[in-house]
Design a binder for this molecule. Structure first.
Ligand SMILES: [Zn+2]
Length: 273
């Protein structure tokens, strides 16, 4: 497998959302996804984690820009700034930051975005690392309250129509496991489903081996979550690695080749969430 170029700066026509989704707002809006900075993790047996920073991705719709995760607090903030500037953006251009979870390595340099809405799952407030740490108080944040449905949208406030427009292409699913409030973001861009998996899938190797990250709250829940993401996504943007094509893409490609040879193969299925 290889890093998938379509994860970089692709625009889409409007797509249908997941079952039960009612599109709201700007019907003609398009969405783009840019991996601003692919994540990385280097672990050695002797030294543990040697180097680590999270993937930082940008979703944009109708001028509303959402970053998914930020950076490691120990890093030079200029690394994040220059990655944004390479996209022609300054922190003031960012409308919201959605955190896949609130482990400290994903929320570094949030002070660069004083005007952005910070969004995270409500169950992260229950996590041990949130207690007593003032740096984790995200004043003015919106908390996602996801319904217990299999697929659900964040409840967004009426005053954010652009965020509702983004919801035609993007949905968020709660995957408690790595942390109590871990999220994955699914975005349909250019006819392909991209999963921003956070640390549910650390990198391609962990995804292929179905290996949960070591520092997880309930690691036994994660393998099923990894399989569900792989089954639904064409491209995975992992929490600490470069984007990669996943099983769903390969299966579809196999079906296409069979169909091309004129043999009876499984019917090409329409995109499903
Ligand atoms: Zn992480």
């Amino acid at each position: 497998m290889r890093a998938h170029p379509r994860a970089q700066g692709v625009r889409s026509a409007p797509e249908a959302g997941p079952p039960g989704h009612r599109p709201v707002g700007l019907a003609s809006a398009t969405v783009s996804l840019t991996v601003v900075r692919p994540g990385l993790i280097e672990i050695s047996r002797a030294e543990g984690v040697k180097e680590s920073w999270p993937s930082c991705s940008l979703l944009e719709c109708a001028g509303f820009r959402v970053l998914v995760d930020l950076g490691h607090p120990k890093e030079d903030p200029d690394l994040l700034l220059s990655a944004l500037r390479a996209q022609g953006l300054e922190p003031a251009d960012i409308s919201a930051v959605l955190f896949t979870h609130l482990h400290p390595d994903h929320i570094g340099h949030k002070e660069l975005f004083p005007d952005a809405l910070f969004v995270f799952h409500q169950d992260e407030r229950l996590a041990f690392y949130f207690e007593g740490d003032r740096t984790l108080r995200l004043e003015g944040s919106a908390v996602l309250e996801l319904s217990p449905d299999t697929f659900s949208h964040p409840r967004v406030s009426e005053e954010w129509p652009a965020l509702q427009a983004l919801g035609q292409h993007v949905y968020v699913r709660h995957f408690p496991g790595h942390t109590p409030g871990s999220l994955a973001v699914f975005a349909c861009v250019g006819g392909q489903v991209h999963a921003l998996a956070g640390d549910i899938i650390l990198n391609r190797d962990c995804g292929e081996r179905v290996t949960p990250p070591g520092s997880s709250w309930k690691p036994h829940l994660i393998p099923d979550q990894m399989r569900l993401i792989a089954a639904r996504a064409d491209v995975v943007v992992p929490g600490h690695g470069a984007p990669f094509e996943c099983r769903r893409s390969r299966t579809r490609e196999r079906h296409r080749r069979v169909a091309d040879r004129g043999r009876a193969g499984p019917a090409q299925t329409e995109k499903t969430w």
